[in-house]
Design a protein around this ligand. Structure first.
Ligand code: BG6
Length: 485
């Protein structure tokens, strides 16, 4: 892999949660592993810290918390040497001159502006950067989700940012694409011979994508109540995973080769009408229960939630892709908060053999591929084999590729990969504007139908697998969720 060029990484929202919890730890890991060039600076912009010393103290405290055993005094001391705090109000254009001065100390550095702020600030920040010429040359801007609330607001943000930065300078981040297991999905599909011939409707019965969390809204009630699970997780993370599973083999890993293929999948996703929304979607909301052995309050009692809120904390959907490869294969998507387990996995169920000369075990598919992203990264292949003994009794066994065991190296966090990709100028794992539009076009009719429906979401007890209707969605088609079968 090519070395990382000297860079200036400018973090807007530098005192915020994302920077402290994810971005600084990711950069620290890369620093600790010796991957960052000496001339790599991290400029943290914010308002809440009075000066550099105060900022460093806060950042160190957060680093100790989030890095755990990886925190090392000596490494932190050298890493802290890269950090520069600039007290700056993102909306104050006059303040950008100081930023430009700082950056112009090193004009040869790759410039990355990471907007870890609320999206309503994106346009103003880009305009202010442009006012002092900081959008020029190889400058890159990274946009965090949520990119809008619906198609129109997402298009408005993209249009405003697009006035100051070219599409090739814009990195729309979906951190799920930086997860190792997701890239392994690409490696599995496109570097092995035996998956591709089977990767189609003739051999696959159904696909399940599950991303469940044990946590609730974690103090983000205000934001979450306006978003809900469909916007927060499905429109981006789950849809992106679906694209990687369903896309045709791209000609190369060039950004547009991959993104063109994903776009075709998004365009082929069958649109929901109000009737389909009723039949093929389930929205749920958690009520009081337990989480990890402790009592957990219901969604309506969390801070920041409007009384009688109808916001969904759980979604299950049946998606269909109208292509020759996938016609008739349901893609079941499911995500939720306050669920029984923290789990992110993709399950590919293969069809039964056309004629079996043995008695097959009931209630299980013969072959199943499970790509697990969380809590551990693994790939499991389920097969039927003969149980030892004098009878021809079959049992499901699995081949297990545990990445921790197989590679014995630390698996980098998604943000490590994505941040270094931005510095390297690699756009493949970032979303293009047209992809985002298509994803919104697909989810918007579902949001509209829910909005117009007076029925509240189905309630489920915190700490379970969601409302019963989620299992019914699959059982109507003769399938069941992975943990049920
Ligand atoms: C974010 C959502 O995009 O992803 C959060 O806004 C969610 O609500 C998070 O908790 C989950 O990410 P991960 O990597 O912990 O699965």
């Amino acid at each position: 892999m090519s070395a990382i060029q000297p860079f200036d990484m400018v973090l807007f929202g530098g005192t915020g949660d994302l920077v402290m919890r994810k971005l600084l730890p990711a950069l620290y890991h890369q620093h600790q592993d010796g991957n960052l060039p000496e001339q790599g600076r991290i400029l943290c912009l914010g308002r809440s810290q009075p000066d550099h010393a105060a900022y460093l103290a806060t950042a160190e405290k957060a680093a100790r918390q989030y890095l755990g055993d990886y925190f090392n005094e000596q490494d932190w001391a050298t890493f802290a040497g890269r950090l520069h705090y600039l007290k700056l109000d993102a909306g104050d254009r006059a303040a950008y001159a100081a930023l430009a001065d700082k950056l112009n100390e090193a004009p040869e550095h790759v410039r990355v502006f990471y907007l870890a702020t609320a999206p309503n600030l994106f346009a103003g920040i880009c305009e202010n950067l442009a006012s002092v010429g900081l959008n020029k040359g190889g400058a890159r801007v990274v946009l965090e989700k949520p990119l809008g609330h619906d198609l129109a607001s997402s298009q408005a943000i993209n249009a405003q940012v697009g006035k100051f930065f070219k599409e090739s300078q814009i990195y729309r981040i979906d951190h799920y694409l930086g997860k190792e297991a997701v890239q392994n999905l690409l490696a599995l599909r496109f570097s092995n011979t035996f998956f591709e011939p089977l990767w189609r409707r003739e051999w696959i019965s159904d696909v399940q994508i599950t991303v469940t969390e044990q946590v609730g809204v974690e103090g983000r009630g205000d934001f979450y109540d306006k978003a809900g699970a469909l916007r927060d997780m499905v429109q981006n993370h789950l849809v992106q995973l679906l694209c990687f599973i369903a896309m045709e083999p791209p000609a190369s890993v060039d950004p547009d080769a991959v993104r063109d293929e994903k776009l075709k999948v998004l365009r082929a996703l069958r649109r929901f009408g109000p009737q389909e929304v009723a039949q093929k979607s389930v929205r749920g909301q958690y009520k009081a229960g337990a989480s990890n052995g402790r009592p957990a309050i219901g969604y309506q009692d969390e801070a920041g939630i409007t009384p009688s809120s109808k916001t969904e904390t759980f979604v299950a959907l049946k998606a269909e892709i109208d292509t020759w490869r996938w016609a008739g294969v349901p893609f079941y998507l499911r995500t939720g908060k306050r669920m029984q387990e923290r789990l992110a996995e993709i399950v590919i169920n293969f069809r039964q053999v056309p004629h079996s000369i043995f008695q097959l075990p009931t209630n299980s598919t013969s072959n199943r591929l499970v790509i697990r992203l969380q809590p551990e990264e693994s790939v499991e292949m389920y097969l039927l084999a003969k149980q030892p003994g004098d009878q021809m009794k079959l049992k499901q066994v699995h081949l297990d590729l545990d990445f921790k065991e197989s590679f014995k190296v630390r698996s980098p966090d998604a943000y490590e990969r994505l941040l270094t990709d931005v510095i390297r100028g690699r756009l493949t794992l970032f979303m293009r504007r047209d992809e985002l539009d298509e994803a919104w076009k697909w989810v918007e009719p579902i949001l509209d139908a829910w909005e117009q429906n007076d029925e509240p979401p189905k309630s489920y007890t915190a700490g379970t697998w969601g409302p019963a209707a989620s299992s019914a969605l699959l059982s109507r088609d003769g399938f069941c969720w992975h943990e049920e079968g």
